[in-house]
Design a protein around this ligand. Sequence first.
Ligand code: SGN
Ligand code: CA
Length: 538
Amino acid sequence: MKPFKFSHLFLIAMGIFTIFSCSEKSKRERPNILFIMADDHAYQAISAYSNKLMETPEIDRLATEGMLFTNACVTNSICAPSRAVILTGKHSHINGKIDNRFPFDTTNVTFPQILRRHGYQTALFGKLHFGNNPKGFDQFKILPGQGHYYNPEFITKYEGRIKLEGYTTDIITDMTLDWLEEERDPEKPFLLMYLHKAPHREWLPAPRHYKKFTKMTFPEPETLFDDYEGRGTAAKTAEMNILKHMNWAGDSKIYPEVMDELGIPETSNWDKKAFMRTVGRMNKVQRAKWDEVYGPINEEFKKKYPDMSEEDLMRWRYQRYMQDYLGSIAAVDEGVGRVLDYLDRAGLRENTIVVYTSDQGFYLGEHGWFDKRFIYNESFKTPLIVRWPGVITPGTVNTQMVQNLDFAQTFLEAAGIAPPADMQGESLIPLFEGKTENFRDAVYYHYYEYPAVHMVKRHYGIVTEDYKLVHFYYDVDEWELYDRKKDIHELHNVYDDPDYAKVVANLKRRLEELRVKYKDSPELDKKFIELYENAKKK
Ligand code: SGN
Ligand code: CA
């Protein structure tokens, strides 16, 4: 055996030192991730996108200091499926969570699990809507199912089921801040998911916002009185028209007894029930504050109702809808401000990626609708704003076709972790750095939840910057094509127009390629239909 030389020892020591200092360095540099998501928050209701409807100064801070994405979209515009896509980085047909009905398959690998395994501290507060508990979190407090706006219950990791008094948006913000202040481990980078229930139906604002919003009048969208001509069966048969399908008590907040007095029948068999489970849940003090503002609205409506035409009613209901929907966003915006202020105070601003997004877009009266589900713009697109000091140039706008599918890979890459090969998104980090070449120029979309509430037919399609080609199937077999540049409101299906024959042929080929690329197929469409029909039989 050769004698051990001092120089060897020196080299080993240097090696250990290098490994140690590198890992220390990369550990310090791994960014924290604050993922803020609201439920059903339309980009039309964020002033960084448009201030026609309301001001959201706190959310806008992220756009001023970060990047605003104007073409962000989802793969399947509905709550739980969108969340499953975000967590797994896989399309619905691969992660299995195709609609809100079946529980999430917890054998899926999610990005929080991977981050945690690599030393991140992970926490989640608010709405998940999975039918089971999230995996990969050091701490979580989630609303059961849809949750409630007032006096909510939470399923918690360590305390079982708890019930709290107060307004849910504020409670979720408080939980998030408490965790940052008391539970955050300064030795580790964190992933914090701060997930609001608002502004989901039935749109209950915080008491401090009742007066301001119920006094406001909002501009109507151009297509409020859409007659759905020029499109296929799906737009005509969807049940999400503000005048025809919105609940009078549950949504427009007409007291059940006022409905009886005026002889207004329930819109659905859960119209009055919805009012009872939401407004009916308030405690005495909360209810008194609510009645103080909503009582006079009911009184005024009673006087006007006998003379109102259908058109007047549509207009009135649109205003009522906006007052409550936008009113419920005000507390979300304030909450975002409080959390961003905390990051500043705690010196966490520089090394934290902050994302603001929604689980999908939403119709705010466009096409006469509320709700989402369709591949048409307002529900297909979703708000997305990202701040990452030192990486993203403040005040920039990105127009690329990014999707909720891309978050998992983006966050893993930001943490220096190679994403699993079967994830289907694309990292957004090059876009953050301003490198926009070679990014995808078409996205794939597939919606499944039918027949179900709102009756939006099953459909899949391809969307490019210029066109949208859609196939509605199951109980119809219809194709639609929209020229996105010429027809921004998507009112004219030009699928059968001979001038577009070449576009159709080309897009059909590309759609087929995307289906193959993402491993979707007619066999899977059939499997999911069978799954639904078997569940119905049981
Ligand atoms: C509830 C709502 C629907 C909504 C779904 C899904 N009705 O059923 O309007 O489309 O949730 O929303 S309600 O009267 O119960 O509010 S999602 O965001 O969870 O997908
Ligand atoms: Ca939603």
